[in-house]
Design a binder for this molecule. Structure first.
Ligand SMILES: [Ca+2]
Ligand SMILES: [Ca+2]
Length: 200
């Protein structure tokens, strides 16, 4: 009985210690959050949301070896999105289909003081047991990645064959809100349909 009481008291002491620890952690978190909010509100830079929607893809080459009576030769596509050098995420992998539909949107805030935002879209064929193959969705001589330049104040979208400076060669391909399809012409050719929206 005595032992039980002692054990219970010990438990009580431990609990209040844990409560204090929890409270300290909570306060640290709250002050960190308030700091974050303060900094965000204090920065007078207006931002613009850039929304990159990966709609669908289509294979124009075979990505996996053919095995009789199986559909495994079809591609296992997923796409990855980078805006202004920041990796925003991957879509889901759509296994064994050469015409996957993704309909996934990635959002990135950019300062409206920037004139252009660089957007990179990759399409990969997932492979188990070896490195994933990159599909070519960029027309032109260079690279498989789709390098885009998005002009913030006009909503114009440009393709750059080779990722380079803003002043480098670029081709106008459409505007914000339009559904755009780009097709690669090299090894592992495929096409990707996407849309870029902006929320002011
Ligand atoms: Ca496959
Ligand atoms: Ca595969």
């Amino acid at each position: 009985m005595t032992y039980y009481t002692t054990a219970r008291n010990q438990a009580k002491t431990q609990n209040s210690g844990r409560d204090r620890l929890f409270l300290a952690g909570y306060l640290t978190l709250m002050s960190a959050l308030s700091l974050f909010v303060t900094v965000d509100a204090a920065s007078a830079f207006p931002t613009q949301d850039i929304q990159v929607s990966i709609i669908k893809a289509k294979a124009h080459s075979r990505f996996d070896p053919r095995i009789p009576f199986r559909k495994t030769h079809r591609a296992d596509f997923y796409s990855r999105v980078v805006v202004q050098g920041k990796f925003l995420g991957n879509t889901q992998v759509k296994s064994n289909t050469d015409r996957p539909t993704f309909n996934q949107t990635f959002i990135h805030k950019v300062s409206r003081h920037s004139k252009f935002a660089g957007i990179g879209i990759d399409l990969y064929d997932s492979d188990s047991g070896s490195a994933d193959d990159q599909a070519d969705i960029s027309p032109g001589r260079f690279g498989a990645r789709l390098n885009l330049m998005y002009e913030l104040n006009t909503g114009k979208i440009y393709h750059q064959d080779r990722q380079g400076s803003v002043s480098g060669p670029k081709t106008f391909i459409g505007r914000a809100g339009q559904t755009i399809t780009m097709r690669g012409d090299g090894k592992n050719a495929a096409e990707l349909t996407f849309r870029i929206n902006r929320k002011l």
